[in-house]
Design a protein around this ligand. Structure first.
Ligand code: ADP
Length: 221
C-alpha cells in the first residue's frame, strides 16, 4: 500500500504518519525530515534548504525532487511507502508520476488533512519538539508535564525556526499557492480522501486507520 499524506503546516501530518508507520509497517519518507537531516549534517544541500525553510518558503522543485527521488529509488522493501510532504507542488507531482512508473508503486490514496487557519496557527506557534525522540508537544494544547522538558527523555524542548508566526504566515501562503493545485492533480485521479484534521488525535486516527484497513484488506487491532 502506497500512501501520500498532505495538509497545511500544523494539520497533523507528522503525528498521523508516525501512527501509520507503526501500525501498518510502512516506510515513512518525509521531505521535511530529509531536509532537516541534510541541515544537521551541515551539507551544501542542507545550507541551501535552510535558506528557504527558515523563511517559510518552499525549497526549489529541482533540489527537492532530486533528494526525494534518491531516497525513494534506494528503497527496496515490499511493505509500501508513506510519502509525507512530497509532492507539494504540481511540478513535483508530475515528476513523481515518472518515479511511480519506474518503481511500479502507484499511490493508492492521498490523505488530505483539512484544518482551519485559526487552529493551524495555535498548533504551530505552540509546537515544541524533543531533540532526542522527536516527540511533539504543544504549550497550549498538549503541554509536557514539566514546562519546556520532554516527558520521555528529560531533554529541553525546542521550537523549529519556521514555526514562528512570521514564517508560518509565509508557509500558509505557500500552501495555498502551490499545494492546492497539486491536490487538484490527484483529485482528477480520484484518489484524494479529505479528512477533518481539526478533531482530536484519536478520532482522526480512527478514520485514517479504518480507511487504510479497507484499502489494505487486512484488519488490525
Ligand atoms: P510542514 O508541513 O509543517 O511545513 P515539513 O517538515 O513537511 O513541515 O516541511 C518543512 C519545510 O521544509 C517546508 O516549509 C518547506 O520549506 C520544506 N519542504 C518540505 N517538503 C518540501 C517539498 N516537497 N517541496 C519544497 N519544500 C519542502
Amino acid at each position: 500500500m502506497n500512501i501520500l499524506i498532505t495538509g497545511a503546516p500544523g494539520s497533523g501530518k507528522g503525528t498521523m504518519s508516525r501512527r501509520i508507520m507503526d501500525t501498518f509497517g510502512i516506510t515513512h519518507i518525509s521531505s521535511g525530515d530529509l531536509f532537516r537531516q541534510y541541515i544537521k549534517e551541515d551539507t551544501e544541500i542542507g545550507a541551501l534548504a535552510r535558506h528557504y525553510i527558515d523563511q517559510g518558503l518552499l525549497v526549489p522543485d529541482d533540489v527537492t525532487i532530486e533528494i526525494v527521488k534518491e531516497r525513494i529509488l534506494c528503497f527496496n522493501e515490499d511493505q509500501g511507502i508513506l510519502l509525507d510532504g512530497f509532492p507539494r507542488t504540481s511540478i513535483q507531482a508530475h515528476a513523481f508520476y515518472e518515479i511511480e512508473k519506474k518503481i511500479n508503486r502507484p499511490i493508492d490514496v492521498v490523505i488530505n488533512l483539512v484544518v482551519d487557519k485559526e487552529l493551524l496557527i495555535r498548533r504551530i506557534t505552540g509546537r515544541r519538539m524533543c531533540p532526542e525522540c522527536s516527540t511533539i508537544y504543544n504549550i497550549y494544547l498538549n503541554p509536557p508535564r514539566v514546562p519546556g522538558v520532554c516527558d520521555n527523555e528529560g531533554r529541553t524542548l525546542f521550537q523549529r525556526p519556521d514555526d514562528t508566526l512570521d514564517a508560518l504566515s509565509v508557509r500558509l501562503n505557500q500552501y495555498d499557492i502551490h499545494t492546492e493545485p497539486m491536490l487538484e492533480y490527484y483529485r482528477k485521479r480520484g484518489i484524494v480522501k479529505d479528512i477533518d484534521g481539526s478533531l482530536g488525535v484519536e478520532p482522526v486516527w480512527k478514520e485514517i486507520k479504518e480507511l487504510l484497513e479497507k484499502i489494505d484488506g487486512n484488519p488490525r487491532d
